[in-house]
Design a binder for this molecule. Structure first.
Ligand SMILES: [Mg+2]
Length: 336
């Protein structure tokens, strides 16, 4: 619609005058210039017609019985909220005072009757220029708004996987520490690493590597079932999961389910000593945050647990607090 406006040559002009002859003259002049004309003979009718037809421009008589042209202009300005329709006043009087009142009431120019086609043509062209400039400005501000939204997205999301980036994870972790502390609820954090991802890339190439990262990311996104769960890419083949309201045992159950889902997805790994398919190692830490809890502390513990999961043979999660991995826990449970 904005793009159309910028090339619009023919305007729809609303002519408001209580007298038939000036209306007729204005219509003849406007039509000879190729514009469409709407007419109104009274102030209230003019406001109604404006609301219904939204003309591009208004020629507005000042002296009318009942409400005058200034009243009409104020009604229109109040009604168009954020929009702008040029208003040209027409008056038999042309003192400085009249012009001042017209502009004050929201008019854009003031012409004295009788108007000539040449003058009208020139004034309309000036207004058209303003309309085009305004349309361009609106277009620019829309572009700016879109660019800003994209920048915001880029500053918090990883371009390859669409997951939250490290910055967004850190920010959310701080928020959840504060929230879980207030609520007295457990907060779990997992740091995850795709096993032998370097060997994947070396063997299958970076394009396949990127595809693998995307697949794993999608899987992590799908695993965030509750509204406050968050999956993010921490960097390279490292991911993080923030799981608020999740106790140690719940986090371990969650981790095992995640490993099962990944196994079922069966993403082939061309060169892994662990399994024929892509596997993950993860470090878990869980606490009910208190005054001493920091994001850095949680990340250090999760990282420590991740190191242990790798040392114990990968394809498993290790819980820092339980000093146990998902495999050991499974065997313990089956012995019970
Ligand atoms: Mg009049």
């Amino acid at each position: 619609m904005i793009a159309m406006l910028s090339i619009q040559e023919s305007l729809t002009v609303l002519v408001v005058d209580d007298q038939a002859v000036p209306r007729l003259l204005a219509r003849a002049a406007l039509e000879s210039l190729g514009h469409r004309v709407l007419e109104s003979a009274d102030p209230e009718g003019a406001v109604r017609l404006f609301m219904q037809s939204r003309p591009d421009l208004i020629l507005l008589d000042v002296e009318m019985p009942g409400h005058d042209g200034y009243w009409v202009a104020r009604q229109i300005r109040a009604a168009e909220q954020g929009g702008w329709t040029p208003i040209l006043f027409l008056s038999g009087r042309n003192g400085d005072e009249e012009v001042w009142r017209g502009i004050e009431a929201g008019g854009d120019d003031f012409l004295s009757k009788p108007i000539t086609t040449t003058l009208l043509s020139a004034k309309l062209r000036a207004m058209q220029r303003l309309l085009v400039m305004r349309a361009k400005l609106l277009e620019r501000s829309e572009e700016l708004r879109a660019a800003n939204a994209q920048l915001r997205e880029l500053s918090t999301h990883d371009a390859l996987t669409g997951l939250c980036n490290r910055r967004a994870i850190d920010e959310r972790l701080h928020q959840e520490i504060a929230a879980c502390r207030r609520e007295g609820q457990p907060l779990s954090l997992a740091l995850l690493d795709i096993d032998h991802f370097k060997r994947f890339n070396d063997s299958a190439g970076h394009v396949a590597g990127d595809a693998c990262l995307k697949q794993v990311s999608q899987l992590l996104t799908d695993a965030c079932l509750r509204p406050r769960d968050l999956a993010g890419r921490y960097g390279g083949e490292e991911f993080a999961l923030i799981l608020p309201l999740t106790p140690r045992s719940g986090a371990m159950t969650y981790a095992r389910a995640l490993l099962r889902t990944l196994a079922r997805a069966a993403i082939p790994h061309p060169d892994s000593p662990v399994a024929p398919n892509v596997t993950l190692s993860g470090g878990l830490t869980t606490c009910v945050p208190d005054e001493a809890t920091t994001a850095e502390g949680l990340l250090l513990r999760a990282d420590d647990a991740l190191y242990q999961a790798k040392a114990k043979g990968r394809n498993r999660f290790f819980s820092y607090e339980m000093q146990l991995d998902t495999e050991e826990q499974l065997h313990q449970n089956s012995r019970l």
